[in-house]
Design a protein around this ligand. Structure first.
Ligand code: S3P
Length: 443
């Protein structure tokens, strides 16, 4: 992506949104399907893969590490893996663009293989903390031989020749840390254990089991203890990627705040570790009806009918954060249109996403005349049932900040402009045309 060229866009107050849409494939599962497929022996077929820039960087990375990765149709991909521990040394730097997930998961997978690789990314990714992956990687036997200031990219990692099984307690509830340790542990003999104090998304565990690994998950207080038997032969299994709830969140909130709207959002993954936003919006009074709940390739999915609703402020407990961590920007937009105060607690991790999302959300809301405060790690939004808009929002290379504020502008009195929509292509390449198809005015 050419970072020098920004693409501004504005959203204007729109008529009722109508129609049926499907969000693109889940980003978390798309990265994992490519990586686990690359570690299996034989051909993995993936359908409805998210073809966003983040995932395409992961496809390039596992290709550089020796897997054969081919696009065989729209969203249809074939991966011929190298087997657990079988990555070869890449000739080039692995560039993950904007993607923390791709970078951290591949770092984990590489930590268990006896090869050296350099990891890099764009200006946003270069600011994000990587020490959280290097710490467990070093316990497993990998070595970081070159690291930029403060545990940042670019990083050169030498994978372990004899990876050790570890028992690792994640210091923050993070599916990325958990997944990196499990992917590294694949190559270690014996049992690798990850303990998390709060349950985070479990797609890695599910996918490894789907490919024949022996994975046991037990409750551990409010969290979980995950045990993986090392050195499995991963057997390819087809992966049908469900629609991403974190992307579906944008048309859903748009339909809630644009008066008179009624839309259907189809095929949304309803894994309980990802549905915190829907629970919260329902507590706020959102009319979200579940239609046709079904099981689809190892994950539950549903179609949702969403109707414009009068929302009220609520308190969102910190314990819910892992199940909706990427949805706070758009929840903050919904809260601006609610009556009363919404308090979102325990958002420390939002400071280390594609941007400092706590600051970016507060700044964007203020620019649009919404009263907002950050107290410690909590975000407090004063809703008055409507929002003035008229602001220009700085997106800080963050796709979700761009999409959240474009959604906002569909219901504000005056348009909301964002400085750059180019990063939307990292997770939701068809966002603008999809929203226009529902009746959204974006130009
Ligand atoms: C992800 C985990 C979350 C989330 C990210 C995707 C994943 O990050 O914010 O967008 O696929 O594992 P953390 O695990 O760091 O909280």
């Amino acid at each position: 992506m050419n970072q020098a060229v920004q693409s501004p866009l504005a959203a204007r107050r729109s008529g009722p949104l109508r129609g049926r849409v499907r969000a693109p494939g889940d980003k978390s599962i798309s990265h994992r399907a490519l990586i686990v497929g690359a570690l299996a022996v034989g051909e993995t077929r993936i359908s409805r893969l998210l073809e966003g820039e983040d995932v395409l960087h992961t496809a390039d990375a596992v290709r550089a590490l020796g897997a054969r990765v081919e696009r065989v149709g729209e969203g249809e991909w074939s991966v011929r893996g190298v087997g657990v521990g079988g990555f070869r040394e890449p000739r080039e730097v692995l560039d993950f663009g904007n993607s923390g997930t791709g970078c951290r998961l591949v770092m984990g997978a590489l930590a268990g293989c006896p090869v050296t690789a350099t990891f890099d990314g764009d200006a946003s990714l270069r600011k994000r903390p990587m020490q959280r992956i290097l710490d467990p990687a070093e316990l497993i036997g990998a070595r970081a031989v070159s690291v930029a200031d403060g545990g940042r990219l670019p990083i050169t990692l030498v994978g372990a020749r004899d990876p050790m099984p570890v028992v690792y307690r994640t210091p923050v509830p993070s599916a990325q840390i958990k997944s990196a340790v499990l992917l590294a542990g694949l190559a270690a003999p014996g049992e690798t254990t990850v303990i998390e104090s709060e349950a985070s998304r479990d797609h890695t565990e599910r996918l490894l089991a789907h490919f024949g690994a022996d994975v046991t998950v037990d409750a551990d207080g409010n969290g979980r203890r995950i045990r993986l038997k090392g050195q499995p032969e991963l057997r390819p299994a087809p992966v049908a990627v469900p629609a991403d709830p974190s992307s579906a969140a944008f048309p859903m909130v748009a339909a809630l705040i644009v008066p008179g709207s009624e839309i259907i959002v189809a095929g949304v993954m309803t894994n309980p570790l990802r549905t915190g936003l829907i629970a919260t919006l329902r507590e706020m009074g959102a009319d979200i009806e579940t239609l046709d709940h079904r099981s689809d390739g190892g994950e539950e999915t549903a179609d949702f009918r969403v109707r414009a609703s009068a929302l009220r402020g609520v308190e969102v407990p910190a314990a819910r954060a892992p199940s909706m961590i990427d949805e706070y920007p758009v929840l903050a937009v919904a809260a601006s249109f609610a009556e009363g105060t919404t308090v979102m607690r325990g958002l420390k991790e939002l400071r280390v996403k594609e941007s400092d999302r706590l600051a970016a959300v507060a700044e964007g809301l203020r620019a649009n005349a919404v009263e907002v405060e950050i107290v410690g790690d909590d975000l407090i939004v004063e809703g008055s049932g409507q929002a003035a808009g008229g602001g220009k929002v700085t997106t800080h290379m963050d796709h979700r900040i761009a999409m959240a504020f474009l959604v906002m502008g569909l219901a504000t009195q005056r348009p909301v402009a964002v400085d750059d929509v180019s990063f939307v292509a990292t997770s939701f390449p068809g966002f603008v045309p999809m929203m226009r198809g529902l009746g959204a005015a974006m130009d």
